[in-house]
Design a protein around this ligand. Sequence first.
Ligand SMILES: NC(=O)C1=CN([C@@H]2O[C@H](COP(=O)(O)OP(=O)(O)OC[C@H]3O[C@@H](n4cnc5c(N)ncnc54)[C@H](OP(=O)(O)O)[C@@H]3O)[C@@H](O)[C@H]2O)C=CC1
Ligand SMILES: O=C1OC[C@@H](O)[C@H](O)[C@H]1O
Length: 386
Amino acid sequence: MLAFLSRIQNISNPPANAIQPKETNALKFGCLGAAKITPGALVKPSTTHSGVLLYAVAARDQARADAFAHKHGFQKSYGGTTAYQDLIDDPEVEAVYNPLPNGLHFEWTMKALKGGKHVLLEKPATNTEDEARQIFSLAAQKGLVVLEAFHFRFHPSIQRMKAILDSNELGAIKSITAGLTAPQGTAQPDDIRWMYELGGGSTMDPGSYPINFVRYLAAPHKPKTVVSASAVPYTSAPQHKQVDRKFTATLDFEHDILVDVFADLDEPRFLGMLPRIPKLKATVRCEGGTVEIFNFLIPHFYHYITVSPTGKTSRVEKAYRFADGSKGEEWWTTYRYQLEAFVDKVRGREPQTWLDPEDTIDNMKWIEAIYAKDGFGSRPHSEYVP
Ligand SMILES: NC(=O)C1=CN([C@@H]2O[C@H](COP(=O)(O)OP(=O)(O)OC[C@H]3O[C@@H](n4cnc5c(N)ncnc54)[C@H](OP(=O)(O)O)[C@@H]3O)[C@@H](O)[C@H]2O)C=CC1
Ligand SMILES: O=C1OC[C@@H](O)[C@H](O)[C@H]1O
């Protein structure tokens, strides 16, 4: 209990000795949009990374950009209709953080790459597999780093779960179930997550995590087909015809692994009254037992991994730091671990972990395959022509 409270305290207020002065060559970040996720995903983690400088933010409205810069400590703000491009054109900006709506990820990541910037790109990378491929092709041509911000993958607990499976302690994987749900009202009706043109939908938003996670856990075995999939629209209004509130899908992976994934971005109240507790679990059934993780999304707050070998006593594991001494603190968030890796990669150092281009491209491929199977169809391809 004490460890939990101390972790929560340190997550919200990192210890004073962890806040180091910035290096003279700290990576200068420019952020596109004054997005809700930016404080948690970049601003806070940057306070304990001496190699990261919050240099500029751009928003479509100058006052909004100024207020965001002032509140979060960015040195510069760009506002107005040309703000995003102005930020990219700023020669001081070295890396761009792109937390725009999904449907704008492609356009602005391509523009940032054209401008010679590395990109930390929010998930899901794009609306389509083809767009993700184009991004990584341009990045390779330019020698630039692009990372799809699946932050949870950088946390020790997630890697521990994978290591248990890879150790073969429980034998071959037979099936996996993973899902993510959010209680009704988490995303308000005007949220970008409900807008088809902006790449909305449950499979794109919470669903992209379990889809990524099951692929990681089963690797090197890959999905072969979507056996079945169904989805329910957010509302019956015409504009939500292709916007899934929830979905469920069964995928057949190589090596006879059967995988169930699901997500719900607006799970209705129980009996119309009680808010639902979010589901954040993944369960892997192997020949010789099961492994389950609770809270794969934000394990830095709290998580547990239950390992249950058949016929033997179960054990519970937790991993807030890497057992091999790799860099990190008990209270580092998934985003802080991710930022460490991103900067290492940009600086030519070996990151503790990485998401390869093929990983991102495949995630988009299987998101699209699920949408094809449940009849909701892919999100629209960007109209931006590179
Ligand atoms: N890694 C994680 O844990 C999380 C990742 N995300 C991802 O981050 C991205 C942003 O999510 P979130 O922060 O919740 O979103 P917000 O709605 O807060 O931010 C989106 C930003 O996009 C800009 N924008 C540009 N064009 C439009 C438009 N046509 N309509 C609406 N906004 C526009 C706005 O910028 P401006 O300020 O210029 O007006 C706004 O600040 C998504 O891709 C999402 O999937 C979200 C939450 C958690
Ligand atoms: O990235 C995210 O993480 C958690 C989800 O509930 C949220 O909608 C999403 O954007």
